[in-house]
Design a protein around this ligand. Structure first.
Ligand code: NAD
Ligand code: 6OD
Length: 498
């Protein structure tokens, strides 16, 4: 058993500690909380909640490392360490896989192809980016004729707070830790209280590859009036990168305002899928089904509003229904499982409340709308049925609010302009998926949809060199490739008189 996840003395529960200054440490107030298995609804681990004092220790450790050994490393030495982190995640692939799936309930088949490989890739891509980043230079004329040379230098910001959600825990955390460290910062990470395991396990990897103590710290706990708030309020934090709900982003922004700390926010979405009559129907159905039901619908980029050109509406609805009903709901380790449970009881209650609401509002329930029958051993898990509705008005909460479950509403449209107007009629602006074989239309529509990311005839196909982020209330800033450097470094100009 790994050192961070040692068996608690008086029970068989796993014990998850905080990782501060290269060591696993208990909560200084001996405060713990339960970690629940979404498949069974039972407690499988206890997690040490970081107190204000623990957060302070983590931030101080990060600041010391930044000013100390880490800050003195060459870029080459730094990126070599990041490569080793990636390699070590791959060597311990199965441990990360099991820990991620136990925390989230997601199918092994999904985490094996997306979450864990991306956990490793996120270190390599930004190691490569920082090695190859150019700097700008301008030669200017001066009255004495000698001129001056202006050039930019990119330097780390210092200690970065990384706050991550529960839906893709390792992927989304490393998506921020990778570039933060590549740029020479140190980090204090607060994973979601629902999914602390893989982030905490990463501490072991850091020690194994020889990462200096204090470069990577993990503090576990909740948000409001707890670890998350202590972290964002801490004056030793130089910038905050956050992925989560828009409302949480608002709270974090208030704390960031004190001391004028920079923020990078990847927030909620209510994404539209636009299916035109000239689409490849099989491709559109397959892609839309994935974008609605993958990870039990708990993907910020997922499609919850589907708009389909009227001439193919009935065919599309029937096709998506068949796919939803053909989905195998089951336990993560079963290779046949296409959809696991929701992450938590609370999230399931939220989703089921929307299922009830849709019924009350008179939606046509094409499929689902309830809880599936599951075998007795897992009957207390957080299962929900994949669900499709039609027939609701556009101002319905089902169409306006982010549900974050395996469900969508499908609405017909008649013209391209109407499809664009419907897609844009939201306070969010994260992603969209367009399904058409007409490249001109795809380009025309993509330019008019107010989102950060548009996929055409695909969904969640990621090139990590590209920009990623949300428009409107879906985020602030862009990460990915060189765009991450904008946030994780301070660009300084040097004007050298010749
Ligand atoms: P959440 O906002 O509830 O929690 C995210 C993290 O913030 C957790 O670690 C939580 O403990 C912490 N937190 C909560 N309140 C805080 C506070 N006041 N101060 C500091 N930290 C606080 O989000 P969630 O429920 O974990 O994740 C689901 C949400 O995340 C959805 O809205 C989804 O769209 C969004 N999301 C967005 C992206 C993206 O890239 N745009 C990616 C994944 C998830
Ligand atoms: O792929 C990524 O880099 C990323 N940030 C994905 C976000 C998924 C949201 O659930």
């Amino acid at each position: 058993m790994s050192s961070q996840a040692s068996s608690a003395a008086q029970s068989t529960l796993i014990e998850i500690k905080n990782f501060i200054d290269g060591r696993y440490v208990a909560s200084s107030a001996n405060k713990t909380f339960d970690n629940i298995d979404p498949v069974t609804g039972e407690v499988f681990a206890i997690v040490h909640e970081a107190t204000e004092q623990d957060v302070d220790a983590a931030v101080n450790a990060a600041a010391d490392a930044y000013r100390g050994e880490w800050g003195r490393l060459t870029v080459d030495a730094r990126v070599n360490l990041l490569y080793k982190v990636a390699d070590r995640i791959n060597e311990r692939f199965d441990e990360f896989l099991e820990a991620e799936c136990r925390d989230t309930g997601k199918p092994y088949s999904l985490a094996r192809h997306i979450d864990i490989p991306r956990g490793a890739a996120n270190f390599k891509i930004f190691a490569d980016v920082i090695r190859n980043v150019p700097t700008e230079a301008f030669r200017m004329e001066t009255p004495d004729g000698a001129g001056a040379l202006n050039y930019g230098v990119r330097l780390p910001k210092g200690v970065i707070a990384v706050i991550s959600p529960w839906n893709l825990p390792l992927l989304l955390m490393t998506w921020k830790v990778g570039p933060a460290l590549a740029c020479g910062n140190t980090v204090v990470v607060k994973p979601s209280e629902e999914t602390p395991s893989t982030t905490t396990l990463l501490g072991e990897v850091m020690n194994e590859v020889g990462m200096p103590a204090g470069v990577f710290n993990v503090i576990n706990g909740f948000g409001t009036d707890s670890t998350g708030e202590y972290l964002t309020r801490h004056p030793g934090i130089d910038a905050i990168t956050f992925t989560g709900e828009t409302v949480t982003g608002t709270a974090i922004m208030k704390n960031a305002a004190v001391g004028i700390r920079d923020v990078s926010f990847e927030l909620g979405g209510k994404n539209a899928g636009l299916v035109f009559a000239d689409c490849d129907m099989e491709q559109a159905l397959e892609g839309t089904a994935r974008s609605v039901f993958a990870n039990c619908g708990q993907v910020c980029l997922g499609t919850e509003r589907v708009y389909v050109e009227r001439s193919i509406f009935d065919e599309f609805v029937a096709g998506l229904k068949a796919r939803a009903e053909g989905m195998t709901i089951g336990i993560p380790s079963d290779e046949a499982t296409g959809m696991g449970p929701m992450v938590s009881r609370q999230q399931r209650e939220k989703v089921l409340s929307y299922y009830d609401r849709a019924r009350e509002l008179g939606a046509t329930i094409i499929t689902g709308g309830g809880i599936p029958d599951m075998p007795p051993a897992v009957a207390d898990g957080f299962w929900v049925e994949p669900t499709i509705w039609t027939g609701l008005p556009e101002d319905s909460p089902i169409i306006k609010e982010e549900i974050f479950g395996p469900c969508c509403h499908i609405q017909p449209f008649d013209t391209e302009d109407e499809a664009i107007r419907l897609a844009n009629d939201t306070r969010y602006g994260l992603a969209t998926a367009i399904w058409t074989t007409n490249a001109s239309r795809a380009h025309r529509v993509a330019e008019k949809i107010e989102v950060g990311i548009t996929w055409v005839n695909c969904w969640f196909l990621r090139d990590l060199r590209t920009s990623f982020g949300g428009a409107k209330q879906s985020g602030i800033g862009r990460e990915g490739g060189v765009h991450s450097l904008e946030f994780y470094t301070e660009l300084r100009n040097v004007c050298l008189k010749l």
